[in-house]
Design a protein around this ligand. Structure first.
Ligand SMILES: [Zn+2]
Length: 81
């Protein structure tokens, strides 16, 4: 029974080493799934004139030079304050 555990551990170690080797040298820089560059918008960001949330221009609704995050806020219009 003890031998089986050793074999399993050795196999797991080999799989881990192979995965590490395949990931390449670029994988050694911290967290995975990190956004490409914080503060660099992917396309133009606009601010909702109603709730002031930032969103990509492609997803915003535009009216009269103002942008809105949703159809609801587009209907409600700009909000001051
Ligand atoms: Zn909004």
């Amino acid at each position: 029974m003890g031998r089986l555990i050793v074999i399993v551990l050795v196999v797991l170690a080999i799989v881990w080493l192979l995965k590490r080797a395949m990931a390449g040298p670029a994988s050694g820089k911290g967290k995975a799934g990190e956004p490409p560059a914080p503060g660099t918008p992917q396309g133009d960001l606009v601010t909702c004139a109603h709730c002031k949330v930032n969103l990509p221009k492609a997803e915003a609704r535009s009216a009269g030079g103002l942008h809105y995050c949703s159809e609801e806020h587009w209907r409600l219009g700009p909000r001051d304050g």
